[in-house]
Design a protein around this ligand. Structure first.
Ligand code: SAH
Ligand code: SF4
Length: 331
């Protein structure tokens, strides 16, 4: 698929043509321009040449009904994307924003593979479109999108926001901004920029440690963007947007899951002027280096946070059987 040339291809046509084309792509979810019978045969052929709609992907299905794809981009590189089906009509797509990631977090499979390149907006939208087409057959739709696949979204800020706008647009996939989340390892300029966007998207921060000493050992980016800087940016974000911020905290055995870390984390969050924050404790998906915390350790950690009045949830990540759970995404 290649939508980069769509507007250019139709630029000399009356405006309604572009409108019709978008309707075909995002509403009718066609797989090929030959299905666009409201276009002349010549145009269908031309569009198939200039803006092909075929998505090339390998699929892997897991027992919990999540579906991973390995999508081939026009230059032959591959990215992963995951559909999580919640069973109640909600369907979340976890989108990759890059091939690989330059930040090299020690616990993350994507970090291990290094960085190839950032994706452009159509390449991110394409991942969602693939699952939209798939779900259409079951009369369902993609209800939520999270930028939690491969890559650091705020190192590709403009393209990610462009993708968000297409996903959100009435003449795009029409997914509510409140149902779109961006997760960052703490790129402070990105948090600041997002504060000024007139968009109601959700912000998630991958914190994973309550102090710089520990955090810098597992997330090298902490040397550049310290926890204090992140918290200050989050505070400003909340002040400007009045929106809740999620702190993600993966539970890694004997690394960040002790009582002392729980207390420190509570203190860090309780210091925030506005308490519009909540913590998601995430069961760590084992990689070669680390092990997940024991369930009883997670429970204990959670109780310590709750006693300090922190809103906290425990999250299970889908798709373990197919190595599709976040942080296991490495093509
Ligand atoms: N680069 C961004 C977004 C992609 S990573 C970020 O780091 O926020 C999406 C989430 O998966 C992050 O919270 C990341 O820390 C987490 N993650 C990475 N490796 C994981 C693993 N092995 N198990 C569970 N979560 C993991
Ligand atoms: Fe990159 Fe996020 Fe993985 Fe860290 S956790 S290496 S920032 S994708």
């Amino acid at each position: 698929m290649n939508l980069n040339n769509l507007e250019k291809t139709l630029k000399d046509e009356p405006a309604f043509r572009l409108r019709q084309a978008k309707e075909m792509i995002y509403k009718n979810l066609i797989n090929d321009w030959s299905e666009a019978t409201n276009f002349s045969l010549d145009w269908r052929e031309k569009l198939n040449q200039e803006c092909p709609l075929t998505i090339t992907a390998e699929t892997f299905k897991s027992e919990d009904d999540s579906l991973k794809i390995l999508l081939t981009l026009t230059d032959g590189l591959k990215v992963e994307s995951v559909l999580m089906r919640h069973g109640d009509g909600r369907n979340t797509v976890c989108v990759s924003s890059a091939v690989g990631c330059p930040l090299g977090c020690l616990f993350c499979a994507t970090g291990k593979m290094g960085f190839k390149r950032n994706l452009n907006a159509p390449e991110m939208v394409e991942q969602v479109l693939y699952f939209s087409r798939y779900l259409k057959k079951m009369d369902e739709r993609v209800s939520n999108v999270v930028f939690m696949g491969m890559g650091e979204p705020f190192l590709n800020y403009d393209h990610v926001l462009e993708a968000v706008r297409i996903l959100n647009a009435k003449d795009g996939l029409n997914i509510g901004a409140r149902h779109i989340s961006i997760s960052t390892a703490g790129i402070v300029p990105g948090i600041k920029k997002l504060s000024d966007e007139p968009l109601q998207v959700n912000l998630a921060i991958s914190l994973h440690a309550p102090n710089n000493n520990l955090r810098s050992k597992i997330m090298p980016i902490d040397k550049k963007y310290r926890i204090e800087m992140i918290m200050a940016a989050v505070d400003k974000y909340i002040e400007k947007t009045n929106r809740k911020v999620m702190f993600e905290y993966i539970m890694i055995q004997n690394v960040n899951d002790g009582d002392e870390e729980a207390r420190e984390l509570a203190m860090l969050i309780n210091k925030m002027p506005k308490p519009l924050c909540f913590v998601n404790l995430i069961a760590y998906n084992a990689t070669a280096v680390f092990k997940p915390s024991k369930p009883e350790t997670i429970k204990r950690f959670k109780q310590i946070l709750e006693k300090k009045d922190i809103e906290v949830a425990e999250r299970y990540r889908f798709g373990r059987g197919i190595k599709a759970a976040c942080g296991q995404l490495a093509s």
